[in-house]
Design a protein around this ligand. Structure first.
Ligand code: SAM
Length: 224
């Protein structure tokens, strides 16, 4: 489709006229929040601004690693900016998420994903053109995604201190910024069989269990 037809989309104004994807569907500019074209947009399903909502396009291999448990990789190379998958799961309100912190292996704190990544050196680690300051998009009522019971391949993606993927907040089917879809993208060109990882953004020694004790987590990524 041409630039003219996508210019009619309701989402154009929201994203300042700049598409987050190039014409190959590769993610080019990390932002606190990306708006894809939604139901009120006039553009067709083939629009350049409907990448994540088309679903997974690559075939993964789930493999077992002694130190980190199950992990994810791909048999072929993956170009930088490729959409990998959503972190899918059950959407929890704050109280319910707190209740489940004793079993937090598959919890993803969405509000935490709005910060500037300062816990691990910032987005500029993986995307040089990304904004460097916190956006404060969501102040109240943070949601958490729990993939322990319901989820997809995203639940098997492990943490790394030097990740190959980036977790991006994306909205397209509703307007509530507190509960964006969390989408994983390749942050660099990834060679075949390299494990796919993102930075979990935990504050080490500041995560508590239900008894108020600091939870100790050891990182066994290849770079730690
Ligand atoms: C979302 S799950 C990832 C999939 C998990 N490996 C499995 O077997 O189902 C997160 C859990 O994987 C493990 N994990 C992920 N990254 C790790 C790392 N770098 N070092 C050690 N354990 C890790 C931890 O137990 C963590 O709580």
């Amino acid at each position: 489709m041409g630039v003219q037809s996508w210019g009619k989309c309701a989402c154009v104004a929201k994203i300042g006229g700049e598409l987050p994807y190039n014409h190959n569907g590769a993610f080019v500019q990390a932002k606190p929040l990306v708006y894809e074209s939604g139901p009120s947009c006039k553009c067709p399903p083939s629009c350049y601004n409907r990448v994540c909502q088309q679903g997974i396009k690559v075939q993964f291999e789930i493999f077992k690693n002694e130190a980190r448990g199950w992990g994810v990789r791909y048999l072929n190379s993956i170009p930088s900016g490729s959409f990998i998958c959503e972190y899918a799961g059950e959407l929890l309100e704050e109280k319910e998420a707190e209740r489940r912190t004793s079993n937090d292996e598959y919890l993803f704190d969405v509000r935490n994903n709005y910060n500037d990544g300062s816990l691990w050196g910032g987005l500029s680690n993986v995307m040089p053109d990304a904004p460097s300051s916190s956006c404060g998009v969501v102040e109240d009522g943070g949601f958490t995604i729990d993939a322990v019971e319901y989820g997809n391949v995203g639940r098997f993606v492990n943490h790394s201190c030097s990740p190959t993927l980036y977790a991006q907040n994306v909205l397209y089917d509703h307007e509530d910024k507190r509960m964006p879809h969390v989408m994983l993208f390749a942050a660099e060109n990834i060679p075949p069989l390299q494990e796919l990882t993102y930075h979990y953004n935990y504050v080490i020694d500041q995560v508590y269990d239900s008894s108020g004790n600091i939870k100790k987590k050891s990182c066994f990524c290849a770079t730690s």
